[in-house]
Write a protein that binds this ligand. Structure first.
Ligand SMILES: NC(=O)c1ccc[n+]([C@@H]2O[C@H](COP(=O)([O-])OP(=O)(O)OC[C@H]3O[C@@H](n4cnc5c(N)ncnc54)[C@H](OP(=O)(O)O)[C@@H]3O)[C@@H](O)[C@H]2O)c1
Length: 328
């Protein structure tokens, strides 16, 4: 069994903790928070043996093999280095870092210390995305011509501070737009030309962002993210001989795959079986466990190069759209 610790006891940490029970090779043994109240409540909620009242204490816990970092993006760099420098394997939430420079340093540190490090792009481990990739590979829609993908919701007045606070890496692009960018890189590859424009808040984070990727072989991707209105969170992949639609929420295990073959409007639903119970974070957790059992320091499914490309692309989008963080 791989022994997990969780660093930062917020919202996603709770979902991940709950899903760890569904990963057969995982056991959650420790959590660490900035204060006693948070660690106490989390340890009680998930029946965790070792609770720590600082992140520094968590990374020194000898009973922990791997740490899941669930703090705001602004802190992933610092917390990943803290884990790596204490010899702990890391699964770090997205966005992996604020920028490419931070991501590169995190990866360099992991390689130097020979410690496992992976970005928690959970979507890559989920059945809908894998199946769509397979369908494209089998030529079911011919040559891809375009990708149209949206991710948006109207942020409620009591939205978490990290959504728009620049000090916490706020804005749509690193929080939800990242899934659109990931989808384009996953299905279409690295773009040749990037354009982007954003509606900025008074704090210079983006409240909404529109991005296009152009490929020299004739493909286009249109990616939209917003915190200002509810919009469909779906992805259409359009080819020379058909279309595939991942329905809302396209990046989760609960998306349905609609297939429109040829020039037909008649849709077929692709059967990928029922999603497992839980939120869907057990797929990536299981994979990390398997990597550690094999002694790997890098995932073959979500390798370091993919995190660097994702971060480099996000940097390029932010540059075009004028989204700047202090750590840039
Ligand atoms: N994969 C997914 O589906 C998914 C979904 C949602 C979020 N995420 C990612 O997960 C990360 C955390 O998101 P979340 O929604 O869980 O955030 P959250 O509820 O605000 O929790 C973040 C936790 O980080 C800790 N923290 C450390 N320094 C902090 C600071 N300066 N300000 C605020 N919190 C700080 C706190 O834990 P303690 O006080 O307990 O130490 C806090 O509870 C983000 O990077 C986000 O992009 C991923």
């Amino acid at each position: 069994m791989i022994r997990w610790g969780i660093l930062g006891c917020g919202r996603i940490a709770g979902k991940f903790a709950s899903d760890l029970k569904l990963a057969e090779n995982a056991v959650l043994v420790a959590c660490g928070a900035r204060n006693e109240a948070s660690a106490d409540a989390f340890a009680k909620a998930f029946n965790i043996k070792n609770k720590h009242y600082s992140y520094e204490a968590l990374v020194k816990d000898n009973e922990v093999d791997v740490i899941y970092i669930a703090t705001p993006h602004s802190h992933h760099y610092e917390h990943t280095l803290l884990c790596i420098n204490n010899g702990k394997a890391v699964l770090c939430e997205k966005a992996f870092a604020i920028n490419y420079k931070q991501a590169k340093e995190m990866i360099d540190a992991a390689r130097e210390k020979k410690v496992f490090l992976m970005e928690a792009v959970w979507t890559k481990f989920l059945p809908p995305f894998s199946r769509v990739k397979q369908m494209i590979g089998e030529g079911m829609i011919g040559d891809i011509k375009s990708l149209l993908v949206n991710f948006g919701f109207k942020a409620p007045p009591d939205a978490p501070q990290r959504l728009l606070d620049p000090a916490l890496g706020g804005g749509t692009i690193l929080d939800i737009g990242i899934y659109n960018v990931f989808a384009a890189l996953f299905f279409l590859g690295k773009p040749d030309v990037i354009t982007a424009t954003a509606i900025l808040t008074k704090d210079n984070t983006d409240a909404q962002c529109a991005v296009t990727f152009k490929y020299n072989d004739g493909k286009l991707a249109q990616l939209f993210s917003t915190f200002l209105s509810d919009c469909s969170t779906e992805a259409d992949i359009c080819g020379s001989n058909g279309r595939i639609r991942l329905t809302s929420r396209y990046y989760t295990p609960f998306a349905t795959i609609e297939y429109y073959p040829g020039r037909m409007d008649t849709k077929q639903i692709i059967d990928i079986g029922k999603p497992e119970e839980g939120f869907g974070y057990q797929y990536e957790a299981r994979h990390v466990g398997e990597c550690l059992e094999k002694g790997l320091t890098e995932s073959p499914v979500m390798p370091h190069a993919d995190s660097l490309l994702l971060m480099e692309t996000l940097d390029a989008i932010r540059k075009k759209a004028g989204i700047i963080y202090a750590s840039d």
